[in-house]
Design a protein around this ligand. Structure first.
Ligand code: MSP
Length: 521
């Protein structure tokens, strides 16, 4: 693989049982924003998403609907793809765990563990939550005997399973977490995992007897059992990386040299609900197989409605597509990325949405429409030649803090820094009073400098905000007379010769106008 900077980022693969909702969309927006940011800085990017299509949950949902599991998965995978297309989520690879390639990689992976004597057969006795697809011990359950995560009833299970010797890797995993301070972000989640690892780690059941569960990938060393859905699902990250080549002879499938592939992933983006699977099961499985660990895991918080987690079972899921109809996709993306401090929780309220929307309309939109209409009015729509360095320091500082925040995955801060630059630029308009300069022909050069500075700042803003609002920033760049959205470096370096701008751009109509239009429609 070439020496160009590269980034491999992933979202969880979503269960093919329910419709895509704002929770899924949030994780995917985070990944898309980061992917676009990295592409913009010149990296080659693999942005992976997809659907999790095996397991009891799918089998039961298919039975409930009276369809074959594969048909349900085909339908739901198409729904997710369509939702991501509508929300401008530009993934590079959409993986489905029912793909033949993935089935073969899972089997190679398990064969490898088996050959390394890391798998044994034993009786499993405990409790299982189908909704979470998770085992629990008696002491984990709620006082009513329900699942501690979703409070649904659990089932008692006693059966023959194959186990992975996860306990063997407890110390190595602790050492890894302790010596890599930002392996799990944010810190509160890192501490949660370290706390979990203070108790002895048990071995991991990795299979189900086929008599009970048909819908899964058969174990390569015992076809009467299928792979536990979480083990199957986690391996998707490896499948998509191209590291494992099941078609090669045993011993040469790529486990000992991943250098020609995308593995290890640079970042797994997940919700905090699936931290243990990603920060304990997955790394220990990788250590067992002798593969490098992912470089970073970001566990984000919940979107809540008031105090309740937004969830389908609570019936309070806000459909992102509904907000989009009124305000447009980019305003929804902006709200979600700007509002939730990466890693924390955030409560959805219509009032907060409007506050964030007003930022777009009154700060950024206002700046763009003022600057463009002044260039239209005072210079007949052609940007005059001038250095345009009136906000040089502010631009430089914004870029530095933007990059720093993006690299440390604090997207809300990066976006805040960009919006602050727009605020500063509005202040610059007030302070320089271009309308007064325009009245005095002797001050034409000063006016040129102001207009050029505003044009340049808007070019920088288009570049900074493109990852979160690709559609609107394309519109802005076009109105500025630029050929496409500039890269961050280009936006700072140069202004094209005398671009012709288009006045009358309404990037974000005022919220009351949007509401009136919706009411009248
Ligand atoms: N299939 C597993 C993941 C396997 S990854 C190897 C799964 N799927 S899921 O459909 O339940 O998606 C879970 C993910 O959706 C969460 O980790 C989170 O990324 C996102 N969210 C679901 N509801 C959410 C909120 N209310 N708020 C924010 N994100 C949430 O688990």
């Amino acid at each position: 693989m070439s020496d160009l900077p590269r980034t491999y980022l992933t979202t969880p693969i979503y269960y093919a049982t329910g419709e895509p909702h704002i929770g899924h969309a949030y994780t995917s927006f985070l990944a898309d924003t980061l992917a676009r940011y990295h592409r913009q800085t010149g990296a080659s990017v693999l942005f992976l998403t997809g659907t999790d299509e095996h397991g009891q949950k799918i089998q039961e949902e298919a039975t409930r609907r009276g369809v074959e599991p594969q048909k349900l998965c085909d339908e739901m995978a198409a729904r997710f793809r369509q939702a991501w297309a509508e929300l401008d989520i530009e993934y590079d690879r959409f993986i489905r765990t029912t793909e033949e390639e993935h089935r073969q990689v899972v089997r190679s992976f398990l064969r490898r563990l088996h050959r390394r004597d890391l798998i044994y057969r034993d009786t499993y006795q405990g409790w299982y939550c189908v909704h979470e697809e998770r085992y629990w011990t008696e002491k984990d359950l709620t006082p009513e005997g329900n699942c501690p995560d979703c409070n649904r009833p659990v089932r008692e299970i006693e059966e023959q399973n194959y186990f992975f010797r996860m306990s063997r890797y407890q110390e190595e995993l602790i050492r890894h977490i302790e010596s890599n301070a930002d392996w799990i972000v944010p810190e509160v989640r890192r501490n949660e995992v370290l706390g979990f690892l203070q108790n002895p780690l048990s071995d991991l059941s990795i299979s189900r007897p086929r008599t009970r569960l048909r819908w899964g990938i058969p174990l390569p060393f015992d076809e009467d059992h299928v792979t536990y859905v979480w083990v199957d699902a986690l391996i998707n990250y490896l499948t998509a990386s191209g590291a494992i080549r099941p078609d090669r002879p045993e011993g040469d499938e790529g486990f000992d040299d991943v250098s020609g592939s995308w593995w290890p992933a640079d970042l797994h983006l997940i919700g905090k609900d699936i931290l243990t699977t990603h920060a304990v099961y997955w790394p220990t499985l990788l250590l067992g197989a002798g593969l490098p660990l992912p470089r970073r895991i970001l566990a984000h918080g919940w979107w809540t409605v008031g105090r309740d987690k937004m969830s389908k079972s609570l019936g309070n899921v806000v459909d992102p597509l509904a907000l989009r109809e009124q305000f447009g996709t980019d305003a929804v993306r902006w709200y979600l990325m700007r509002e939730m401090p990466t890693g924390g929780d955030a409560s959805y309220t219509p009032e907060r949405f409007l506050i964030r929307y007003d930022e777009l309309a009154n700060v950024l939109g206002n700046l763009a429409s003022r600057a463009l209409s002044m260039i239209g009015r005072y210079r007949e729509g052609v940007l005059p030649q001038a250095a345009g360095v009136g906000l040089e320091d502010e631009i430089r500082e914004t870029l530095a803090s933007f990059h720093q925040s993006m690299e440390s995955l604090r997207l809300h801060e990066a976006l805040g820094a960009a919006m602050d630059l727009a605020r500063v630029a509005n202040g610059y308009v007030e302070a320089t009073e271009p309308w007064a300069l325009a009245k005095n022909p002797e001050r034409a050069d000063e006016l040129n400098e102001v207009l050029s500075t505003l044009h340049r700042t808007l070019g920088v803003l288009a570049a900074l905000l493109f990852p979160v609002m690709p559609g609107k920033m394309r519109e802005l760049a076009a109105a500025l007379g630029l050929e496409g959205v500039p890269s961050l470096e280009e936006s700072v370096r140069s202004t094209p010769l005398a671009p012709r701008v288009s006045a009358g751009l309404r990037l974000f109509p005022k919220a009351d106008k949007v509401a009136a239009d919706a009411g009248g429609a």
